[in-house]
Design a protein around this ligand. Structure first.
Ligand code: SF4
Length: 879
């Protein structure tokens, strides 16, 4: 490897043009075939982007990975583009607007601050299901969305017109990951470097945990926190430890009637059993070739649910077929095939690369499944919902007036990029709806139905296949093209469900084709949800009873008195294939996307054109955040703190910073109403992420979060330890801040699981939390904490909030000096009991790279970018 000649680019001729490509075989030598494809891609990225000794070291480290299947070495990864959605992009772009202000105030031209690479923003997360099951629902919901979010959307239009490289996909264009699959992903790019045309693999990051969906078509990409994305946007690489790679060998073929959702849920359960936490997953073996790219994307989407950073499927003929199906040009498809075959990145069904660990799944053994009622990894046969709900032991108080079952279906939602991007799944749903309609079946009155596809092209292919009317007839008409129920924007429940729940007569359940079902995720009043395929969502919706055993009991009794079973409704593989052929036309994808992009309501929003954003002091949507400053300051050091909260295992970013509707009777609502907002139209928390004052008050606003300092406190309250008073968390935090008293947070396992929500970290920073001590951290949240300058510390083995038994008056001393911090170093912590006893705890820094150390020293990502920008302009660091 000392001979850097091996890094000279190879030349690939295509369409009469010579392109430079990284010569991976020459760089690897005889080891090439043993290297997992994901590591070949990282190797390509390193060789192309790094220089000199650093590059040699990184290449050697990747090849040395083959010895043990693991490595402690870091490499710098430079993605080619960034994907964001409206709720992660708004705070990120608000930060950029505030950074421009900070630069101007430091005497630097604010227009020098622009992203250095393409940033695509999809406005998809704010669509709510208000109108449903009636004609015109989609346009009604879209109008509501734009009216409610006009100020925030004007800001996004300002950002796209003033910041170079920022492109916005307006409401109605679909869900970000579907758009990525159908429109943005090139799989192989061309780029100019030093006057030479190159072919390079399309690699990206996204500020959303389901970014790995695009791995289904061979594009390596994963979810990062908004703050990590900001580092990449402003020219820094993202540092990563060379990942462990779990190989999932797929054998056989899915049985008739079994769908991609069933496979994804099975993979989720198997990999959670293995204990995957942040590894890369790569699928291999002959079973891969039996799956369409649409099937693969469903599986790749659920990477965060199976604990992985990515779930990668290499490129093969099925990928090319998908690219053609979605309207890519013949030239673009040929470029992908030619490059992938030439460089050795093309999938080989008989390849046996070296993996850190590998498991095998026989596709033929997979049945029809659901997952729930509280976690996506809790896999059940579709007939087992009855038993799973029985186990909860809910005893109804009497019978409801409308005779709702014990566990009524409150929501039946065909939702989420996961299961609405693959046309086969929506066609299957349409076919089930057709049979149900022919038998006169109707959804019971208490069930709220919806269908929100990831792509506007779905309306075209369902219509052409003759299935849209059938879906509408059974209540599953299109309510819009966005995240809706999947992100908790499911709108109000039906009155019978609300009444039955309030009277304790029913414990309602959501049925959805999403990917997550944590309590409160899809609706704040629903603790139970089952995830399943779109046709099964309709079947359960028709049943109206989440406990119906559809393997033996009828879905419904038809108008002629005959029982109708699931088997009578379920589409065959041949029917699905025939209707796909009937419905799909490649030109639909581009045309519908462009039509939706021209959305006149969006175009009518007037946006300021000034280089600096003109903040409105009275706004309850957009406020300049205090942490976007040069002098934000490092949180490291030696200090003694009170715990602001002590929480248990599986605290999600939804608990820490909710996205769902702002309850009109909450203190956050009072705050907004005092500032002129309408209590009955407060929108969702996610829509307020441009306003730090609201989001600080929203931190830990969760009915299901238990604060162990004193269980049973009102929502978003905690104990002010010195006084023993229970107050809203931000009031307690303010009292500590005024007293100069540092605070920390103590948590159990998997702290920060769930969505990649940088506000979960920003909220903690605004509350003054300097350190989070947890048994373990979910990957993106850990990175976001560091991005906000908060030190994540891992408790030693055997120590947890349970074993610590923190009592009133106990304090936590932390010795975390900036000068001694290094990746994964030991950090001394002492539990100072109120009794005077001192218990040492040997914690370790959950800090993986030197770049993260530097960010913590600088006080987080934002001060770091500002200091770097000022240096680049020839100024001092000023911080
Ligand atoms: S997983 Fe759900 S919330 Fe996330 S992008 Fe997909 S549809 Fe939206």
């Amino acid at each position: 490897m000392e001979n850097t000649q091996v890094f000279l680019p190879d030349v690939l001729s295509l369409d009469g043009q010579a392109y430079a490509v990284v010569d991976l075989r020459a760089a690897c030598g005889p080891q090439f075939e043993r290297l997992p494809v994901v590591l070949r891609l990282l190797l390509e990225n390193v060789i192309r982007n790094m220089q000199g000794d650093e590059r040699d070291l990184a290449v050697r480290a990747i090849l040395a990975w083959l010895d043990s299947g693991s490595s402690e070495q870091e490499i710098a990864f430079q993605p080619g583009r960034v994907l964001m959605h409206d709720t992660t992009s708004t705070p990120a772009l608000v930060d950029v607007a505030a950074m421009r202000d900070a630069l101007a105030e430091a005497g630097v031209d604010p227009t020098v601050l622009n992203p250095g690479l393409q940033v695509d923003v999809s406005v998809d997360h704010s669509l709510a299901v208000e109108a449903y099951a009636r004609a015109g629902s989609a346009s009604e919901n879209l109008q509501h969305e734009i009216r409610r979010n006009a100020e925030r959307y004007r800001f996004l239009r300002w950002a796209s017109s003033v910041l170079k490289g920022v492109r916005i996909n307006p409401p109605g264009t679909g869900i970000m990951h579907t758009i990525n699959l159908e429109q943005l992903a090139t799989v192989v790019n061309t780029e100019q470097r030093a006057g030479q045309a190159w072919l390079v693999p399309d690699m990206m990051i996204g500020t959303d945990s389901h970014t790995p969906m695009v791995n289904g078509i061979g594009v390596l990409g994963w979810g990062v926190g908004g703050l990590e994305a900001q580092t990449v946007m402003f020219g820094m690489p993202t540092m990563l430890r060379i990942p462990d790679v779990i190989g999932v060998k797929l054998m056989g073929r899915l049985s008739p009637g079994v769908l991609a959702t069933d496979l994804a849920l099975t993979v989720t359960q198997r990999l959670r059993q293995v204990g995957v936490t942040g590894e890369f997953v790569e699928f291999y073996g002959p079973g891969v070739s039996t799956l369409s790219a649409g099937d693969r994307a469903v599986v790749a989407n659920m990477a965060p649910e199976y604990g992985a950073t990515t779930g990668y499927f290499p490129v093969d003929g099925a990928t090319l077929e998908y690219l053609r199906m979605t309207g890519r040009t013949q030239q673009a498809v040929e470029r992908v095939e030619c490059y992938m075959r030439y460089t050795g990145l093309w999938f080989k069904p008989d390849a046996q690369p070296r993996y850190t660990q590998s498991i095998e799944i026989d596709l033929a053994q997979i049945g029809m499944h659901v997952a729930g009622p509280r976690r996506p990894q809790d896999l059940l046969d579709f007939s087992q919902t009855e038993a799973a709900l029985d186990q909860l032991g809910f005893e109804p108080k009497g019978t409801s007036e409308g005779e709702l079952p014990r566990h009524p279906v409150a929501l039946a939602a065909i939702t989420s990029c996961t299961n609405t991007s693959d046309p086969a799944l929506l066609i299957a749903a349409g076919l089930l709806a057709r049979k149900a309609r022919a038998l006169g079946l109707q959804v019971p009155h208490w069930v709220k139905t919806s269908m929100a596809p990831g792509s506007p092209a779905a309306a075209s292919y369902l219509q052409r296949a003759g299935l849209l009317e059938d879906l509408e007839a059974v209540g599953f008409g299109i309510v819009g093209f966005g995240c809706t129920t999947c992100i908790g924007n499911s709108g109000p429940l039906t009155a019978p469900v609300v009444q039955a729940q309030q009277a304790g007569q029913s414990l309602a359940v959501a049925i959805l084709s999403g990917n997550r079902n944590f309590p409160g995720r899809v609706h704040p009043d629903l603790e139970l949800s089952f995830i399943m395929s779109p046709p099964l969502v309709i079947a359960f919706g028709l049943a109206g009873d989440a406990q119906r055993n559809l393997a033996v009991e009828p879905v419904q009794i038809a108008v002629d008195g005959q029982p109708v079973y699931l088997n009578d409704l379920w589409p065959t593989h041949e029917e699905i294939a025939a209707h796909l052929a009937l419905g799909l036309q490649p030109q639909d994808f581009r045309r519908e996307f462009e039509l939706a992009s021209a959305n006149p309501l969006w175009q009518a929003l007037e946006a300021p054109q000034s280089a600096r954003f003109p903040w409105d002091e009275k706004s309850t949507i957009l406020r300049r955040p205090p942490f976007a400053a040069l002098d934000a300051g490092s949180q490291l050091g030696h200090f003694t703190a009170y715990p602001l909260l002590v929480v248990g295992d599986d605290v999600t970013t939804d608990h820490i910073s909710p996205a769902s509707a702002i309850p009109p009777d909450s203190l956050v609502a009072d705050f907004l109403v005092e500032r002129g907002d309408d209590r009955n139209d407060l929108n969702v928390f996610a829509s307020r992420r441009g306003n730090w004052e609201v989001m600080m008050r929203a931190a830990f606003h969760s009915k299901t979060l238990v604060n162990w300092l004193r269980p049973g406190m009102p929502v978003a309250h905690t104990l002010h330890i010195p006084s023993g008073e229970v107050q809203p968390i931000w009031d307690v935090a303010a009292r500590y801040r005024e007293a100069g008293q540092p605070v920390v947070l103590v948590a159990g396992e998997r702290y920060g699981m769930g969505s990649s929500r940088d506000w979960a970290a920003k909220g903690q920073r605004l509350l003054g939390i300097r350190v989070v001590l947890a048994v373990s951290f979910e990957r993106i949240h850990r990175s976001n904490l560091i991005g906000m300058g908060i030190l994540p510390l891992r408790l030693p083995a055997g120590v947890s909030p349970q074993t610590l038994q923190i009592q009133l008056g106990d304090q936590i001393e932390v010795l975390a000096d900036a000068s001694s911090l290094s990746p994964r170093c030991k950090v001394q912590v002492k539990l100072r009991r109120a009794s005077g006893e001192v218990e040492p705890i040997e914690a370790s820094a959950a800090v993986e790279t030197q770049l993260e150390v530097e960010l913590l020293r600088a006080g987080g990502v934002i001060p770091s970018i500002l200091q770097q920008t000022i240096r680049a302009q020839g100024g001092g660091t000023q911080a």
